[in-house]
Ligand binder design. Sequence first.
Ligand code: OOG
Ligand code: NI
Length: 469
Amino acid sequence: MSADAFVHPDEIRSMFSSAMSDMYRAEVPQYGTLLELVADVNQESLAANTELREGLERSDELGRLDVERHGAIRLGKPEELFTMRRLFAVMGMAPVGYYDLSVAGVPVHSTAFRPIDEDALRRNPFRVFTSLLRLELIEDESLRAAAEGILAKRDIFTADAIKLIDLAEKNGGLTRPEAEQFVTEALETFRWHSDATVSLETYQKMHDAHRLIADVVCFKGPHINHLTPRTLDIDAVQKGMPKRGISPKAVVEGPPTRNCPILLRQTSFKALEEQVRFVGDSGDKGASGTHTARFGEIEQRGIALTQKGRALYDTLLANVRHAVQINAGGSNARDYETELSERFAAFPDDYATLRTEDLAFFKYSPTKVGLDAAKNGEVSGTVNALVEQGYLRCDPIIYEDFLPVSAAGIFQSNLGDEAQKNYQEQSNQDVFEAALGTSVNDELALYAQTQQASIDDAFTALGLRKSVA
Ligand code: OOG
Ligand code: NI
């Protein structure tokens, strides 16, 4: 079979992301309202800010904005993570990063499945934050054994999904009818099921141990628990939500409002209390009840930080959180925001300083002036010198990943603050990667590669042989 007969993985990802969005919209109506709000705010931001629009146009990001979203799922056992990796690979998504959330009181560790290369990101940057429950963190032994027993019995993938994954691996791709069927079958795994796999009593025991444990263990599959559109102005969305009947969490996670957005800012809202039918004593239909699992989230993305920039971010954020702990009702949200913006005054807020101090990643391209000068053989010097002379332009490389402290805040706002526990256990990337069947990609290395490749291309275009730092 020739490669042209196959649908490109980027296209399968787009088909899947769009089908997922339609499904979630039907299941969680507030998601539709949120999409409308985000589209309105994005349009206003682009109309009001020409520089922003031009920058996004230059980095080819305008096109992806309307389809850009991430989702999240929580898996129960290692085999599920292994097969999930194979399923996402069919859509050109690979695991990037390791997030240990046990340090923040959530008994999971996670990665993000996402496209990696620049073209794929530009076509559709769909990502799925994927967590694996750490059963070893359940203290009560009999409860842990019960959870293991329940999970052992479930199979979250349809037989046809598995067949199509096998086929894609064997043939190196899927034909159009196969790809269409794959999307339909894969979607089944992410669907909400109102029938629990356990009795109300078992559900409550799991729930008492941790709400997250109940969410993972008691259902047929890893229902998608949120889908997050990307906004250009999260403060405007946060403000606009109550007017559309949505009440957001007290504070926006991540860095404060800045001229030059860095990393990722996120906010969420509780979405649904869903009706659940539990299993009866003899396996028939039992009691009915409710479960809250699914919510809404919005994010704004900024420039990716280097290791040095990230270390500064982590330190400043830790200082803020040490100084002000947001209380359960969020009544001191203002104090937190003040502390956040005051502490982050120490983080340079103009692109020139972010670049020259090696705090953030940039994409370089030759300017028209630079190309003209190159024709006359007048170009030489280091990257910095070329930028100063106006021969090289630089644009921010967008952060495509997640933040563990923010993720923990999102988990907690959805699970309820009482869900916070202190786990002694240390992070365990090796165990996670063994389950995954491969190691995760290092996000910093990916950004560094993108930056370097842009420098190499720009130097070639300017007739220079090799970049000098
Ligand atoms: C995932 C929470 C993390 C994010 O955007 O940081 C997340 C979850 O609740 O399962 O999605
Ligand atoms: Ni999220």
